[in-house]
Design a protein around this ligand. Sequence first.
Ligand code: FAD
Length: 122
Amino acid sequence: LVEDECPADSQTLGRATWTFLHTMAAYYPERADAQQQATMKTLLTSFSQFYPCGRCAAHLREEMAEHPPAVATRTELSQWMCRTHNAVNTMLGKAQFDCSRVDERWRDGPSDGRCSWAQDVE
Ligand code: FAD
């Protein structure tokens, strides 16, 4: 694919980044200790400074100021990430994602076993 040999545009970068962010949230500790919570906050804050799409990063900083990351548990972080992605979806006129399905989408795969490779991640 030619696309694989070219620098990422904001769409390719966005898809790859959401894959990383949602998957990271899906495998975050069930109950994070104080150190893990602080590290995740630092990661997200740093991320929002350096994400290499200026207008996206600015929007993310605004979103995080209004709705600070929920980092106490895996479920909280996954749901926060889903809401944050949905805020971007709204801004871009895209459909809302049903946040009750984040684990199915990003960790477990559909129950019919179509994504049996999903367990390779961890
Ligand atoms: P994406 O939105 O990239 O989604 C990928 C997959 O995630 C979808 O196929 C779906 O299965 C799943 N998904 C969708 N919504 C959710 C959700 N709420 N929770 C869990 N899973 C979900 N683009 C701009 O043009 N302007 C911006 O300001 C902008 N800001 C961005 C900010 C951040 C932090 C990031 C990571 C990306 C941003 N983007 C922005 C890129 C944009 O969000 C999309 O990634 C890009 O438009 C490609 O969209 P897509 O339709 O391929 O799917």
